[in-house]
Design a protein around this ligand. Sequence first.
Ligand SMILES: Cc1cc2nc3c(=O)[nH]c(=O)nc-3n(C[C@H](O)[C@H](O)[C@H](O)COP(=O)(O)OP(=O)(O)OC[C@H]3O[C@@H](n4cnc5c(N)ncnc54)[C@H](O)[C@@H]3O)c2cc1C
Length: 429
Amino acid sequence: MNHVVIVGGGFAGLNCAKKLVKHPEVQVTLLDKNNYQQFQPLLYQVATSNLSPSNIAFNLRDACGGHPHVDVQMTEVVSVDPNTRTVKAAHGQEYQGDFLVLAAGSQANFFGTPGAEENSYPLYSLHDAERLRSRILAMLESVECNPSLAGKGALHFVIVGAGPTGTEMAGAFGDMLQISVKRPADERVYKHLATAEAEVLLVDAGHAVLAAFSPPSQRYAAKSLEDRGVKVFLGTTVKEVGAGHVVLSDGTRVTTHCVIWAGGLKAAPLSDKVGIKTGHGGRVDVQPDLSVPGFPNVYALGDFANISGKDGKPLPQLASVAEQSGKWCAKNILADIAGAPRKPFEYLDKGIMAMIGRNCAVAEVGKERHEMRGAIAFAAWMGVHAALLTATRAKVEAFVEWAWDYFGKTRGDAILDRPTQEDINWSED
Ligand SMILES: Cc1cc2nc3c(=O)[nH]c(=O)nc-3n(C[C@H](O)[C@H](O)[C@H](O)COP(=O)(O)OP(=O)(O)OC[C@H]3O[C@@H](n4cnc5c(N)ncnc54)[C@H](O)[C@@H]3O)c2cc1C
């Protein structure tokens, strides 16, 4: 048996495992600190109460399909010895493989912004999304009960970073503002969101929203957000995040108890413990075949790695890159086992897309970047994201939830289930 130890059951690690387990000559041990795969592209929908956590998280044992050649262990890896391809887990156990695959993903990068780590809400895990959902709901419920809290920032939401995550989050808030204005008599909506005191700010150091998209898509996205009442601050950085405020580089001080951090990412904390000098973003640099230089049987994948495209430029941290690198790594491991040569990774770029709000999205499809905007891109976004979900049941459920939201105009999962987030100290500055 050839033993492959995989650290991380996300898009990269899980796809690698799923391909390997079909081969009886391979034994796979899949290690993850959670017992589920989280579908990060839809985290903002959990945070804004559109989808429930179970719609976007999938049990890893189920996802591996019950194959006899895979052993799934819920454990946090705390260190890696690339020489012996051994990893040590938090509870003391060690796992050693003939091949080692590092696919531990990423974490928020606060770029040393004072107070950001302590006081803002990152959106990189299911836990983050549920915590943020409770904070948003706690603020809205509080101000419905005590309108004077609006003066203490209960209706101010600041989103840092105008990439896809920040833009999608801002758009979802924009839709909430619009629904509140349109349906003042509906007890299901938060009425104070319809008042002039409600503010959603999207802040980015760059000079466009959705920097990776074409200028027409960027302009469309910015205008669509502004039409929804979102205030877009470009060329602006966040100087400081406090418990009850944020300070922007132009000197603006906003009173708020909810700063959402979508301002950048770096490799997961494990990257400090891999015994390998890491590259840009704390990620592990890899060779064209996805192996780590100097350690031919150690691979690094997805967000955990700096992977170059055909043109030598680094590929972005995207689910499609992670998924394809996972499958490719499995093929190279199988080639090694069969005594065949490995092949350099070739990324198939299917394009990029971002949701802005109801009937409003941007998509740039394929290598030619065929551009779509509006309702057609909105439909394409839903189709592609549902198709990417791991379980068939989740695909069906996501469509039901979206249709319910679209036609029924209610939020499916507005549940305040993190009591600590209710505990807002309104006098804290
Ligand atoms: C909010 C958000 C929205 C996004 N939207 C899009 C989008 O629309 N389209 C797109 O293509 N991409 C999107 N991305 C990027 C995409 O989700 C990532 O590129 C992709 O998840 C990377 O896959 P991965 O397998 O490398 O890492 P992950 O999917 O993050 O998986 C890493 C796994 O490693 C586990 N792990 C970490 N550390 C340890 C440890 N020490 N021990 C054990 N297990 C560990 C984690 O629990 C996790 O399961 C988005 C990302 C975010 C955060």
